[in-house]
Design a protein around this ligand. Structure first.
Ligand SMILES: N[C@@H](CCC(=O)N[C@@H](CS)C(=O)NCC(=O)O)C(=O)O
Length: 167
């Protein structure tokens, strides 16, 4: 039988996806080419800006290596900070082109331009609405993925087939 805490977990996660209009469900603009080496994304699970980038990875159907950087994380967070010179996420590194970008809107534009069919993400009211709905999705699960817990690193990266909106 499903426990109450599990039911709450799935419900808040589904609500978060709902607040984003289930963006990041369908690859309706699949990439015209796949990166030879996976794109690297340093991110925080509960960061509204990181969610917008992860949604774009789904929309373009791109392979990416996700490097989680929760508060207190010791595995990837220091690496990201030394790369960009600050603690700001998302940070994208594309080993195929040598590009490194910090701002979520710039990362989304870069992914569409490099692997999709171009087009710029909205910067005005639509962008503010997107960010606001992504904040409200985070508010559904404010502490989830925020702070690191101790763990043992796997020998090889774990493979996860997923789409960003899946609760
Ligand atoms: N303008 C940036 C904002 C990014 C931002 O504010 N990220 C926050 C998390 S939501 C951050 O990196 N905070 C550092 C931290 O929490 O350690 C973007 O659009 O990417």
């Amino acid at each position: 039988m499903i426990s109450l805490s599990r039911a709450l977990d799935v419900s808040t996660s589904a609500l978060a996806s709902h607040l984003r209009g289930w963006a990041g469900t369908t690859a309706f603009r699949p990439a015209k080419s796949q990166p030879v080496q996976p794109i690297i994304l340093y991110e925080m699970e509960n960061c509204p800006y990181c969610r917008l980038v992860r949604e774009t990875l789904t929309t373009l159907d791109l392979d990416a290596e996700i490097r989680p950087c929760p508060k207190g994380g010791t595995r990837f967070r220091p690496e990201a900070q030394s790369l960009s010179g600050r603690a700001q996420f998302p940070l994208m590194v594309d080993p195929n082109t040598g590009r490194q970008l910090l701002e979520s809107a710039d990362i989304v534009d870069y992914l569409h331009a490099t692997y999709g069919e171009g087009g710029k993400t909205a910067r005005g009211l639509l962008r503010r609405l997107r960010v606001a709905s992504s904040y409200s999705a985070t508010a559904m699960r404010p502490a989830r993925g925020y702070r690191a817990r101790s763990s043992r690193a796997p020998e090889k990266p774990l493979e996860l087939d997923s789409c960003e909106s899946s609760p």
